[in-house]
Design a protein around this ligand. Structure first.
Ligand code: ZN
Length: 136
């Protein structure tokens, strides 16, 4: 299944990148070939430091966000879920498996290529509502 190989390949490359603490030229090529435009967009998000990990205190709850052009995207990495339209219309339709936000988040997490933002638990509900309602 092509859908599974997408995610398997990305996971393999992320493991390698983590071990070497960088994305090798070979792996960059593989990612471009596999994801095309989606990888270009993911790489831009990484370069522009648009992947954020919110850590809520004192609970320690973590939320991943990719800052987009128009809005922020809530990512649920464990579920490989994202709240963007790309994910909603195409991933659920099984046309693609991973939107560029999920690709960016996976690479960010493995290469520690993200910003950590600490917030109080008091803000958790209102921030989550903000991130969730953006999906029209
Ligand atoms: Zn997405």
């Amino acid at each position: 299944m092509t859908n599974n190989s997408e995610i398997d390949t990305l996971n393999d490359i992320c493991r390698e990148a983590k071990a070497e603490n960088r994305l090798s030229g070979k792996n960059l090529t593989v990612l471009y070939e596999l994801f095309g435009q989606r990888f270009s967009k993911a790489l831009n998000a990484l370069k522009e430091n648009r992947v954020k990990k919110y850590v809520f205190e004192p609970s320690g709850r973590k939320v991943w966000i990719v800052i987009g052009r128009e809005r922020d995207y809530l990512i649920m990495p464990a579920a490989e879920f994202c709240m963007c339209d790309d994910f909603y219309f195409r991933v659920l339709d099984k046309k693609i498996h991973l939107c560029y936000h999920l690709i960016a988040q996976k690479i960010a997490r493995n290469l520690a290529w993200y910003e950590t933002i600490e917030e109080s638990d008091k803000l958790y509900e209102s921030l989550m509502n903000e991130w969730k309602k953006a999906t029209a």
